[in-house]
Design a protein around this ligand. Structure first.
Ligand SMILES: Cc1cc2nc3c(=O)[nH]c(=O)nc-3n(C[C@H](O)[C@H](O)[C@H](O)COP(=O)(O)OP(=O)(O)OC[C@H]3O[C@@H](n4cnc5c(N)ncnc54)[C@H](O)[C@@H]3O)c2cc1C
Length: 438
């Protein structure tokens, strides 16, 4: 059976950032990445909204995202690698009760050095033309339970990037360092065996220590591949490999949808797109509305907005998702009846805006505290549970996987920031639940 020091399953942001940092710090080790799809980032990484922010309520999320963003800025600004990064900012529009609740979080962010600005409703109206902050006695708004906007919070070190360019960077650097990637290769299962083989039938028996010995694959490569260590970085599909070997994946997948709307060639939507005053690009930031996390971001090069919303209850969780991501489809009625009425109430510019294209993907939620996890069980390392914000924390998580492999207590995040890896493990998990999940 062919053997490797390390096999990484999954070539999304998590798997590739992990593979890169593993190979960089363990140059003599043979590392193989396996993925079912045909190219890097073709899973949920390539279907995402590709936004990043350091504005989280959890200080752990802040550091994971902030250091990753610093690394991405370094790639683009210092190494001159185009990863499509634009610092457009995040603008959270808040109802009165949200303003009151948010004060504490904003204080916490400022204490931790996260840049965040608060706007009064008057300032917001001055900056963003056409926003409806006072819904008056609009019946539809009242039926939907929409509240007036009472203030806003702006995060300047937030924005968008091109996830496919980012994962290509990790994949290229990983292979340049001597790592190997096999695409179109599906891992059908993890191989379990006794840590010390005795040659008895039925091993590993209950009294024996068991460990993952490698993977069983079909497709580009077929058969069994031996590995001294295995990293599972399959995102929404983590449970598929972990549950059969009795490891809890701590992930629940949920369908998420994105709708792309044209900003026309001129008119109110184009003016909204080119709202000045928030960033050097003269673009409206990513805007999050007070209801149901409905949000939109500008895609200036295409003169488009991408629109989505958060759907906490009423949409099913999926334990082991279908392997075919195309089986999860965006629903026109979800936009029409769910997202659009909220959007058009606060931004009437969108009244006639209908999606030109739409798609769906899967969030991989850690439903306990909405923070990612990375843990090690013997020679198995698992990373996931990013709860819809894995791209923006991908670099930090890759470094944490490497620290777990090398059995270091602290990972060195970008900029030399130390981070105790046990904090996002499970045995000694030490994080506060994230309250700003969108
Ligand atoms: C609609 C939507 C919007 C989002 N918006 C954002 C955002 O704005 N910002 C952000 O940071 N995040 C966002 N996310 C979340 C983001 O996409 C994820 O956090 C991130 O992509 C997770 O990376 P991953 O590598 O864990 O998963 P994936 O990119 O899904 O990669 C997992 C890989 O594992 C492979 N795989 C799985 N099982 C096997 C197997 N058995 N054998 C071989 N290969 C296997 C898959 O083929 C896949 O390529 C969004 C997600 C969605 C769906």
């Amino acid at each position: 059976m062919p053997g490797y020091d390390l096999i990484v399953v999954g070539a999304g942001i998590m798997g590739l950032a992990s593979a890169y940092h593993l190979k960089l710090n363990n140059p003599s080790k043979s590392v193989l990445v396996l993925d079912r799809f045909g190219a890097p980032g073709q899973g949920n990484t390539g279907r995402s909204n590709s936004m990043f922010r350091n504005t989280f309520t959890s200080s752990d999320n802040q550091v994971l995202a902030n250091t990753s963003i610093d690394f991405y800025l370094h790639l683009q600004n210092e190494l001159k690698l185009d990863i499509g990064l634009q610092l457009i900012g995040y603008l959270w529009l808040l109802s009165e009760s949200q303003v009151a609740r948010t004060e504490r979080y904003v204080r916490g962010m400022k204490r931790n050095g996260i840049e965040v600005e608060e706007y009064s409703v008057e300032e917001l109206r001055r900056l963003v033309g056409g926003v409806v902050t006072n819904l008056g006695d609009d019946e539809e708004s009242s039926v939907m339970g929409l509240e007036d906007i009472s203030g806003a919070v702006f995060g300047p070190k937030c924005g968008r990037l091109d996830p496919e360019k980012l994962v290509r960077f990790y994949a290229n650097e990983f292979t340049r360092l001597g790592g190997k990637i096999a695409f179109k290769t599906s891992v059908e299962g993890l191989l379990l065996g006794p840590s010390r083989k005795l040659g008895i039938e039925g091993e590993p028996l209950v009294w024996q220590e068991a460990e993952v010995k490698g993977v069983r694959v079909t497709g580009g490569i077929t058969g069994e591949l031996e590995a001294k260590s295995t990293v599972v970085a399959c995102g929404a599909w983590n449970n598929e490999l972990l549950e059969p070997v009795g490891v809890d994946g701590h992930v629940k997948a949920k369908k998420r949808q994105l709708f792309s709307v044209s900003a026309e060639s001129d008119g109110p939507l184009l003016s909204l797109l080119h709202t000045k005053g928030f960033n050097d690009l003269g673009l409206i930031p990513m805007v999050i509305l007070p209801k149901s996390g409905v949000h939109f971001k500008p895609v200036s090069e295409e003169r488009k907005f991408w629109i989505a919303c958060e759907d906490e209850v009423n949409r099913p969780y999926i334990n082991i998702p279908d392997r075919d991501l195309d089986s999860y489809r965006a629903e026109p009625s979800y936009y029409e009846r769910g997202v659009h009425p909220v959007l058009a109430a606060y931004f009437p510019q969108f009244r006639n805006a209908r999606p030109e294209s739409m798609w769906a993907g899967l969030y991989a939620y850690n439903t306990v505290d909405y923070l990612p996890y990375a843990f090690r069980e013997g020679n198995l390392i698992v990373v996931g549970g990013d709860s819809g914000s894995g791209i923006m924390k991908g670099d930090a998580l890759g470094r944490i996987v490497d620290a777990l492999y090398r059995e270091r207590g602290d990972a060195s995040l970008y900029g030399g920031v130390p981070y105790a890896v046990s904090k996002i493990g499970f045995e000694r998990r030490d994080v506060k639940r994230e309250e700003w999940v969108i």
